[in-house]
Design a protein around this ligand. Structure first.
Ligand code: PLP
Length: 398
């Protein structure tokens, strides 16, 4: 059994399930285990839980309950949004626009669609990771059917101007999808004010269970299902619904939305403590992503000239019981250890783009965690300095 870290700073990868969410889920395994499609009372009871969960999550993003469809997570929702819209609208056009810093599940879906004959435009971002709305406008042509730009980036935490992008798409009659896996429950998102036609969300980034997500599909959007079968989810996504996870997702979403403002203020303050300390202690410290338009508890940073030592630093922190990440969790599946496509897109060279450190704080992190992290990081630096004295500039704690 893996030993629990004393300090878990990798909440962008996934989160610990909140005890209040576990409590909601437990009765659904042994008590309310009916199939929502069954006509007997066990089924109708399950159906009620399914529909009230749907209504509750839809309400968190200003959607109607018949516009929210459960999926197995963010990856499936993103695949469905892109493939489903592409196939349903191919007579209208075969052009799709995405940002260059989307999650791999969007980029790899685009790669697949390109092999199917679709044309994909990858929008560049500026040095803070922001998509330029004027470039979205310019890229839209008569054959464009879909624009997909994430709400907040998983690696650098930058929040994209989705309201403005959505307005441009609405004006031009093009569908707009946003991947909100990192932002949902952390910063506000309203599907109507953001002019979104499709929104991806999931539960495991907000202290809910893994393996459950949803796709918001605005009424009237032309999209085909990925899964065909017994006709669940109004025929849009067949398979028996994962009710414990769905109820947990709803509980997690409600908690996150209710606690959002207070939590955002608390995590922003913790993040500022870290950036303030590191920028004064290390002359070579720099932040990746936007300084202001970023997720509250999310910090991506590097040390100039020291990017090659990031993994060693992470292992050092891990040995001391602190879990942080190099780039995104998914990029660690990349056996060739390629440089991060996100860090390259914001202008870092391939060497620098291998050296990002990501701290993502969450509900269970405290001020004391930050203090211990900073002390441990300094010690790790001191020990690595003795090996690599030329490669870093450590000016000590000030
Ligand atoms: C921005 C973003 N999109 C999509 C996903 C994939 O979500 P899931 O793990 O639920 O498939 C993630 C999770 O890493 C993410 O951060």
């Amino acid at each position: 059994m893996m030993e629990n870290h004393r300090i878990y700073f990798d909440n962008a990868a996934t989160t610990r399930v909140d005890d209040r969410v576990t409590e909601i889920m437990l009765p659904l395994f042994a008590q309310y285990y009916g199939n929502p499609s069954s006509l007997h009372s066990c089924g109708t009871q399950a159906k009620e839980i399914l529909e009230s969960s749907r209504e509750s999550i839809a309400g968190c993003i200003g959607a109607n309950r018949d516009e929210l469809f459960f999926t197995s997570g963010g990856t499936e929702s993103n695949n469905w949004a892109l493939k489903g819209v592409a196939h349903a609208n191919r007579e209208r056009g075969r052009h799709i626009i995405v940002s260059a810093i989307e999650h791999d599940c969007v980029l790899n879906t685009c790669k697949w669609l390109a092999e199917e004959g679709y044309h994909v435009t990858y929008l560049p971002v500026d040095e803070d990771g922001l998509v330029d709305v004027a470039q979205v406008k310019e890229a839209i042509g008569p054959k464009t059917i879909l624009v997909s730009v994430m709400h907040a980036n998983n690696e650098i935490g930058t929040i994209e101007p989705v309201e403005e992008i959505g307005a441009v798409c609405r004006d031009r009659g093009v569908l707009f999808h946003t991947d909100a896996c990192q932002s949902f429950g952390k910063i506000p998102l309203d599907v109507t004010t953001a002019c979104t036609d499709l929104v991806t969300i999931n539960a495991h980034k907000i202290y809910g269970p893994k393996g459950i997500g949803a796709l918001y599909i605005r009424k009237g959007v032309r999209i085909i299902p990925l899964l065909h079968g017994g006709g669940q989810e109004s025929g849009m996504r067949s398979t028996t619904e994962n009710l414990p996870a769905i109820a947990g997702f709803a509980g997690a979403a409600q908690l996150s939305v209710t606690e959002m403002d207070r939590e955002a203020r608390r995590l922003t303050a913790l993040r500022k403590t870290i950036t303030g300390h590191l920028s004064s202690a290390f002359d070579n410290f720099y932040i990746n992503g936007h300084e202001k338009h970023r997720l509250p508890g999310h910090l991506s940073f590097s040390f100039h000239g020291f990017e090659g030592e990031t993994i060693r630093l992470l292992l050092h922190l891990d040995d001391s019981g602190i879990a942080v990440s190099a780039g995104s969790a998914c990029s660690s599946n990349d056996k060739s250890h390629n440089a991060s496509h996100v860090l390259k897109a914001i202008g870092l060279n391939p060497f620098e783009a291998r050296g990002g450190i990501r701290i993502s704080m969450g509900r269970f992190n405290t001020e004391n965690d930050v203090t211990v992290f900073l002390e441990t990081l300094e010690k790790a630096f001191q020990s690595l300095t003795s090996i690599f004295s030329d490669s870093l500039i450590y000016s000590g704690s000030r």
